[in-house]
Structure formats: structure tokens, C-alpha cells
Design a protein around this ligand. Structure first.
Ligand SMILES: [Fe+2]
Ligand SMILES: [Fe+2]
Length: 201
């Protein structure tokens, strides 16, 4: 995609994201929006260093993809969830990736000549010392309260990849059975990563 088109797409996606999040009626939403705009790199961060959407604006695009997939899957299966909860979980589940990725300059030999190139890497440790899902929840809670179903949806969004121990797997299974929103969210996230998004080598 041409640089100009990419910039325009990112601006449109940012506008869509802000309109959705601003529509949520929850104390603290304004402060959260201010954090995203002024104290984080959310709107320009990649979604990964080496995997899906590893480019500038990738995290923003991924969050919107998950929103669309999640809404579609809930409708497909007739599972209910408040629109505010759909928006909050989808748009904020990967907030843990804010201020996490950095661009590094590397060198490589191409046709016998050295050239420098940029690639994404990540900081050694994030400022909030919690793993992926818990970190997102902690950051969100700095600004707004979360309903328990929203917490469950974000906490288990990695599905079986979120933990290997026996207790985690048991709780995941029980949660998925009792709250199908959590299973559908995991699928929506996978669909975004593996079907909607691409990896730039
Ligand atoms: Fe995630
Ligand atoms: Fe995600």
C-alpha cells in the first residue's frame, strides 16, 4: 500500500475507534481517551513484532478487526452482550501492547552489500509487570471500571495459549461453557490475526 494511502487509512481507523469508544457510557472514558492520545503509542503501535499486523497502526487495525468479528460471531450464535461491553473488550483487550514495541535498526547483506533496515522489537519488560491479558485489564482499570463479564472476556482472550497449568485450563473450560462470549471472543481474535491480517517480512 502506498505511504499516502496508509496514512489516510490510519486516520480513518483512528476516527472510527474514537467514535466507538466515545459512545461508551462509563465513568473515566474521557481520561482513557486522553491516555491513548497523549501518553501511549496506541494509534501507531504495531500489533506484533514478527506476527500479524507487525506494522505501524497494526494494533489499531487489529482492535477494529476483532470488534467486527466479535459482533458478527455473537449475532451468528445468538449470544447476547451489551454493545458497550463489546466495544470495550474488543477495542481494549490488547492495551498491554501500548508502549511495548520499538523500532530497531539492523544490518543485512544484500547481493554482497551491507544495508541497514528497520524491524520491530519489544522492550525487555513492560512498565506494568503483569502478563499479557492481566496487563491490559490493569491498564484499563487505571481509567474505567470493568464489568466482570468484560474482565473474563479480556482475561481469557488468549484461550489455551493464555496459560498451561491445570487450574488455568480448567477455569478456561468452565468459563467458556458458562460464558460463551469468552469463547467467541477468542475465536474473533484468532480470525483477526490469521484471516484478516498479514505479516510483513
Ligand atoms: Fe492479545
Ligand atoms: Fe488481540
Amino acid at each position: 500500500m502506498a505511504e499516502n494511502d496508509r496514512t489516510q487509512l490510519m486516520a480513518a481507523q483512528k476516527e472510527e475507534f474514537i467514535a466507538l469508544l466515545s459512545s461508551v457510557k462509563r465513568d473515566g472514558i474521557e481520561k482513557l481517551l486522553d491516555y491513548l492520545e497523549n501518553k501511549s503509542d496506541f494509534y501507531t503501535a504495531p500489533a506484533a513484532a514478527k506476527f500479524h499486523n507487525n506494522f505501524e497502526g497494526g494494533l489499531l487495525e487489529h482492535s477494529l478487526n476483532v470488534y467486527k468479528n466479535f459482533k458478527g460471531l455473537l449475532a451468528l450464535k445468538g449470544v447476547e452482550m451489551d454493545e458497550d461491553s463489546i466495544i470495550l473488550t474488543s477495542l481494549l483487550h490488547d492495551l498491554c501492547k501500548c508502549n511495548y514495541y520499538v523500532k530497531e535498526e539492523r544490518n543485512r547483506k544484500v547481493n554482497g552489500k551491507w544495508e541497514s533496515y528497520e524491524m520491530w522489537s519489544h522492550v525487555k519488560a513492560p512498565s506494568v509487570l503483569l502478563p499479557h491479558s492481566s496487563r491490559s485489564i490493569r491498564i484499563i482499570r487505571n481509567f474505567i471500571p470493568l464489568k466482570f463479564i468484560e474482565e473474563l472476556t479480556i482475561f481469557y482472550h488468549m484461550g489455551p495459549f493464555g496459560g498451561e497449568d491445570y487450574e488455568y485450563r480448567n477455569l478456561l473450560q468452565e468459563t467458556n461453557e458458562r460464558h460463551p462470549q469468552t469463547l467467541l471472543f477468542y475465536i474473533a481474535d484468532l480470525m483477526a490475526s490469521y484471516i484478516d491480517e498479514k505479516i510483513i517480512e
